[in-house]
Design a protein around this ligand. Structure first.
Ligand code: UD1
Ligand code: MG
Length: 462
């Protein structure tokens, strides 16, 4: 028997008060929908259909062809959204788990646990529930005197007594696939909201089928993200969970509550992360490295024994034994060689550097390929942009670039070159040469005497 997943992600997320469709909203810089999809992939689910609608291209661009899509043209409720998946799932034998796209904390362990419970209990429909001290906004679980689930009532439709119920609907349902489509056909529109509620399948199936509930104790894990405030709660939860796992694996977090690490970041042990540091995307940090404080890394690969302080590294790689910062900015596919020194106010973009290269202060290196043993003096820059196109600078090995040098690209500089401070280099420099590209200094002797007032003589003759 096959296992299917339906993920509902067609809604706008009105309560977020943002333009982005809610399920594309980032949690630790990763769209919410990616979490649920990655966890489905790790679970026992064989096939996934995602329901999209509002700004569907954004969600589809995130998940690409990793899932099937059904389009819900008008967002007429969660029951209506499930109906849209008929084209893929109607008449299929198997079990379907329905998940909401706004529950990024649900992991594959939860998915497998509730699927197993459903199978072992022989239910036709299992609703996953949890208890909240403050259940406001969630659908309440109505049970009869024998404690059997009878219905789900949305918060705004609850009576005063029902509002006191702490057990809520998480929005996860596991159900026989064929019975799911029979039941959704029977959902009546909710007059107050004008929507077809998926929650109604409980009362629809109850009289004829085995309907049960599975209560999860870790209620934070199944929270629905409906507002920007709940984004912050979900991020805090994930941050604690991720940081704890790394710390137990031997990564030293100093002040972990100020450190944010994304879901896909990898660390070796013997790495230290200092406060106020954010590491996200597909970043990897190898042993012996020290990152932070006040550092932001995204899609960064940091090799062994690297030190990065107060800096920003995006989509780039730093090889072993290099130091970066304070206040360096490395981006757009830069690859910094081993044993480099990238110092304060240095920006490196889409460039490679060889071994032992130094740019210790105030430099811009863009679209350049640099050999080993190169020294960029303070204030030296590659002038890569002519206002229309970007051009490349190629620099050989053991080159000494004097302070305040402009290397106007396209440009090639050979090995063992010296460039005099203050030069604006516009022509290639051959191996072994000294390039001086600046005006000769003229000293005008005694020039000042006409301008400087004679010193006042304060001595008093007695
Ligand atoms: C829903 C449940 C509620 C439950 C809560 C758990 C219903 C009616 N209510 O409420 O019982 O306690 O989740 O978090 O199901 N969506 C669509 N198409 C639509 C409407 C929604 O695809 O027409 C998607 C949304 O994009 C979202 C998900 O379904 O990812 C849930 O919608 P949302 O509006 O967040 O439902 P809640 O009010 O949170
Ligand atoms: Mg919700």
């Amino acid at each position: 028997m096959r296992n299917y997943a339906i993920v509902l992600a067609a809604g706008k997320g009105t309560r977020m008060k943002t333009e982005l469709p809610k399920c594309a909203f980032p949690i630790l810089k990763k769209p919410m929908i990616e979490y649920i999809h990655e966890n489905i992939e790790k679970s026992t689910i064989d096939e996934t259909v995602v329901v999209v609608g509002y700004q569907k291209e954004i969600i589809q661009d995130i998940l690409k062809d990793r899932v099937k899509y059904s389009i819900q043209h008008d967002q007429l409720g969660t029951g209506h959204a499930v109906k849209a998946t008929k084209e893929h799932l109607l008449d299929k034998e198997g079990t379907t788990i329905v998940l909401l796209g706004d529950m990024p904390l649900v992991n594959h362990k939860v998915i497998d646990k509730v699927m197993t419970y459903h199978r072992d209990s022989d239910n036709d429909l299992t609703v996953v529930t949890t208890d909240y001290d403050n259940p406001k906004g969630y659908g309440r679980i109505i049970r009869d005197d024998n404690n059997i689930i009878q219905a789900i009532v949305e918060h705004n439709d609850c009576t005063k007594e029902q509002k006191r119920i702490k057990e809520v609907n998480t929005g996860i349902y596991i159900v026989d696939n064929k019975l799911l489509f029979e039941a959704v056909e029977k959902i009546q529109v909710n007059e107050r909201k004008g929507e077809y509620y998926l929650t109604d399948i409980v009362s629809i199936m109850q009289p004829d089928y085995r309907v049960g509930a599975f209560k999860l104790w870790d209620s934070d894990r199944v929270m629905g993200v409906n507002t920007l405030y709940s984004v912050s709660i979900a991020e805090r939860y994930l941050r604690d969970e991720i940081n704890k796992e790394h710390m137990l694996n031997g990564v030293n977090f100093i002040n972990p509550e100020t450190i944010t690490v994304g879901h896909n970041v990898k660390f070796d042990s013997n790495v230290t992360i200092y406060p106020n540091t954010t590491i996200t995307g597909n970043s990897e940090i190898m042993s012996g490295s020290q990152i932070g404080p006040n550092t932001e890394l995204h899609n960064a690969t940091i090799h062994h024994n690297v030190m990065v302080k107060h800096s920003y590294i995006y989509d780039s790689e730093v090889l072993s034994d290099t130091t970066v910062g304070p206040f360096a900015h490395i981006r757009n596919g830069a690859k910094i060689g081993p044993s480099n020194r990238i110092g304060n106010f240095v920006e490196i973009k889409n460039s490679t550097t060889g071994e032992d290269t130094k740019a210790s202060h105030l430099a811009y290196i863009g679209d350049a390929e640099t050999g080993s043993g190169v020294n960029f003096g303070c204030g030296s820059i590659t002038v890569n942009y002519d206002g229309v196109t970007k051009h490349k600078t190629k620099i050989g090995d053991d080159v000494f670039i004097g302070c305040n040098t402009n290397l106007v690209a396209p440009l090639e500089v050979g090995d063992r070159v010296f460039i005099a401070a203050g030069s604006t280099v516009t022509k290639n420099v051959p191996t072994g040469a000294l390039a001086i590209a600046r005006n000769r200094q003229i000293n005008k002797e005694d020039y000042s005497k006409n301008y400087i007032r004679p010193k006042k003589d304060n001595s008093v003759d007695k």
